[in-house]
Ligand binder design. Sequence first.
Ligand code: NAI
Ligand code: MG
Length: 361
Amino acid sequence: MSQQVLVLPGDGIGPEITAEAVKVLEACRDQLGLDITLDEGLVGGAGYDAHGEPLPAQTLDKARAADAILLGAVGGPQWDKLPDLSKRPEKGLLGLRSNLKLFGNLRPAMLYPQLASASTLKPEVVSGLDIMIVRELTGGIYFGQPRGIRTLENGEREGFNTYVYTESEIRRIAKVAFEMARKRDKRVCSVDKANVLEVTILWREIMEEVAKDYPDVELTHMYVDNAAMQLVRAPKQFDVMVTGNMFGDILSDAAAMLTGSIGMLPSASLDEQGKGMYEPCHGSAPDIAGLGMANPLATILSAAMMLRYSLDQGDTAKRIEQAVSEVLDEGLRTADIMSEGMTKVSTSQMGDAVVQALLKA
Ligand code: NAI
Ligand code: MG
């Protein structure tokens, strides 16, 4: 049976960049025999404008029925002043993550050699960089109870959150990381703060336990403060990094910036069955929306991740990634990655070039 892909363009540049990823998916379907069906839905500000909800019921129904979801981005200044926080576009994303139980967040940070000059770090430090950060997305201190701000007996106020992980939560994210490492360089670095936080002592213990099922994968441990230093000092030492929600939030943004080009970075959020939502790491870029300037490659690379991790089409995923590398070799650049001597192209020209490179192969 044909696999169902739900496309949620969202807001700002979302519709422009997802249109290019859809072109690529349609080319795979029509010319390369990929058996998928594409449907569309509204989310974020677009959902609010049409139905009064950032995650309309019909969108959630479609998302539940789909095998995978490709999302553009949500948000923009026109919705920033909505007094009811539950109607904000970002709630559409959070609603999808929690309703679909997307606990496993994959954030690759890889540097295309053609774009080495975009990084703020020295080329020899970052060239060839290829890290996969696996972040737990639905637990940890961001969701732990109890939480709040309370008044103590002496009248002083105290803010508090709870950092909790159950063994099963740790085990399932560990499995995601080890499975990932098997498809890559067979190394997992687990990041914790086991010298200070009990919850991460348990984290470390469970990582060791799961590692026994993956004798072909090497497991190391690193404290989060050292991991931050090492990411900036010698990032190429890492293959797969696995960590909790909060540490992963911070480290994945830092790792992403090592590459210097936000328009190039895809991401995935997976559930226990391997169903996932795929989206670029960047936001809706309202400053350039509608101008045909946005870089669609992060979204196209997200579609490739979707084929690899949710639709079991790793070969087609690789072809898409090679096509992206080829258009960079040809010197084609959207404005955000433009440099001297290169050819500046629009959003849709970039998408067309990827399709062409894909079909030429
Ligand atoms: P942003 O990522 O949208 O933009 C930051 C800068 O990068 C801007 O100058 C933008 O023009 C540029 N940029 C981003 N993506 C680009 C692309 N594909 N091609 C070329 N340039 C690109 O982050 P910002 O400005 O903080 O947020 C804008 C809106 O996006 C806000 O409403 C925010 O809430 C939302 N947002 C949504 C996210 C999501 O849907 N996952 C994630 C981050 C922000
Ligand atoms: Mg973040």
